[in-house]
Design a protein. Structure first.
Length: 489
């Protein structure tokens, strides 16, 4: 049995068990046949915000659903940005569009087909945003939560809201997005610009941070094991500040400038950043999405055991730096391995013999954000705000502790461009297949440096700058005036 919520983008089906506590099922005792009382039974398949607000179990079900849906979009985000950023190819033997749709698009147009394969990172996110909207309404209207518990719940929901929107704007960039979820799900909200989107995301994260600071010592629900160490309002606020640092850095290179870089540094200081991290365990600290083969759960969608069509781009091998003993960068060795040669179907002519070992089993967790990323974000911010020696020190820390490389030859006399090149190399290998390479290269105007495996002919490749707005979204908005249509439709 399902309940359908219509969003501005599509109809989203969620198990009614997710909100089953939202509708009170009245259990009736035997009544006399002649009773004049009218019997009113709440329909459990049409839960309401009011009913959920009065039920202490409903919030747990909703919170679990939000985290599950957040996880549902992670694999598609990584594989799609990985293909655009020349990290990965998906070599399905009978379906060449899993490669061509991202590299060729509509032949000869340098445009991705908005009705094709490469339109992820939209529907899943907006489905969750509708449910986050409902969650916030339920928490605000709750008659069973204390003021502290309401703040904790709202801080949790707003953080997830901002993260989902960050996934959307980082893939659509100048096309903008929709930030408003209307009470009436049939009403369309207009697109906002990239600048407005980042301001909304950062403002929402700051609001969430304030809620979490007033949220007491515990959430009124339990989070999964991936948030171990970040499962109280206080520690979850550190996660919130980590996402705020990422969002501020993205905004800084998208028009936010020096103020956004300072905002990133401030957010990092309140996050779980460990500036002295040198071990793999310390670098990997951060929330993650857990997976398993248990009944009703999901397996890691990027795992090497069953996802045998996922290959690495050969440029990882040609571009890898060497350790003092001549061996490859430790990150290359740990994350990549040799596989039988595979060429994309339909004559695309792109071959790889590299596979990913990042997620070797079906139950490996996928990180949301790690301390290693926070260190590299700090290096970005320091470089952008004039502290070149500070940025170089972090780059060398990552090179040595994560890559096993010698310290770089960079000095205070090095150009900013040279420092940035080395920084982006380390982000590439440290954060391999975590959804960063394509976004970083676009942020710094370096998409032209990504390889074109086929430069001419019918199957010539190009590097997409943005993912398209899905055609289905545009069709709903066809004929509308103003910003309802959006610049990408």
């Amino acid at each position: 049995m399902t309940t359908t919520f219509k969003t501005t983008t599509h109809s989203v089906k969620t198990s009614h068990t997710l909100l089953r506590a939202a509708g009170a099922l009245v259990t009736l005792s035997a009544l006399a046949a002649c009773s004049s009382d009218q019997l009113e039974i709440t329909n459990p398949n049409t839960p309401t915000v009011a009913a959920a607000a009065a039920d202490p179990q409903a919030l747990q079900l909703q919170a679990t659903g939000l985290l599950r849906q957040l996880r549902n979009g992670r694999g598609a985000f990584i594989t799609s940005t990985g293909r655009f950023g020349r990290e990965a190819y998906v070599y399905t033997p009978q379906e060449g569009r899993n490669t061509s749709a991202y590299l060729i698009g509509i032949s000869g147009s340098n445009r991705i087909d908005p009705a094709g394969f490469a339109v992820e990172n939209w529907g899943t996110q907006y489905g969750n945003l509708r449910d986050i909207f409902n969650f916030k309404n339920s928490a605000s209207a709750s008659t069973v939560l204390s003021a502290e518990q309401k703040n904790a719940a709202l801080g949790f929901a707003k953080t997830l809201e901002a993260l989902e929107l960050l996934y959307v704007i980082s893939t659509r960039d100048t096309l903008g997005l929709v930030v408003e979820i209307k009470q009436n799900a049939s009403d369309l909200a207009g697109f906002v610009t990239r600048d407005s989107a980042y301001k909304y995301i950062l403002g929402t994260l700051d609001d969430a941070s304030a809620n979490l600071a007033a949220g007491g010592s515990a959430f009124p629900f339990t989070m999964h094991a991936g948030f171990a160490g970040f499962n109280t309002p206080t520690t979850f606020r550190q996660f919130n500040r980590a996402i705020a640092a990422r969002a501020a850095a993205y905004y800084a290179t998208s028009g936010g400038g020096s103020a956004a870089w300072q905002r990133a540094l401030t957010a990092l200081s309140a996050s779980f950043l460990n500036t002295g991290a040198t071990t793999r365990t310390a670098l990997d600290v951060g929330p993650s999405h857990p997976y398993s083969g248990s009944s009703g759960d999901a397996v890691n969608p990027l795992n090497a055991a069953t996802n045998t069509d996922l290959y690495a781009h050969m440029s990882f091998q040609t571009d890898v730096q060497k350790k003092a003993n001549g061996d490859n960068d430790d990150r290359f060795t740990a994350k990549l391995g040799t596989r039988a040669a595979r060429t994309a179907p339909q004559g695309l002519g792109v071959q790889s013999t590299l596979g990913f070992n990042i997620y070797p089993t079906t139950s490996n967790s996928i990180p949301i954000i790690r301390n290693e990323e926070l260190l590299l974000l700090r290096a970005e911010a320091l470089l952008a705000t004039g502290d070149k020696p500070g940025a170089i020190a972090i780059i060398n820390q990552i090179r040595q502790s994560s890559g096993g490389l010698a310290a770089s030859s960079l000095t205070a006399a090095s150009t900013d461009a040279d420092v940035l090149t080395e920084l982006l190399y380390n982000k590439r290998y440290s954060l391999m297949m975590e959804g960063h390479r394509w976004i970083d290269m676009r942020r710094y105007g370096r998409l032209s440096q990504l390889p074109l495996d086929i430069a001419t002919g019918t199957n010539a490749h190009f590097v997409a700058r943005v993912q398209p707005i899905p055609q289905a979204e545009c069709l709903v908005r066809a004929g509308k005036t103003g910003n309802l249509a959006g610049p990408g439709c």
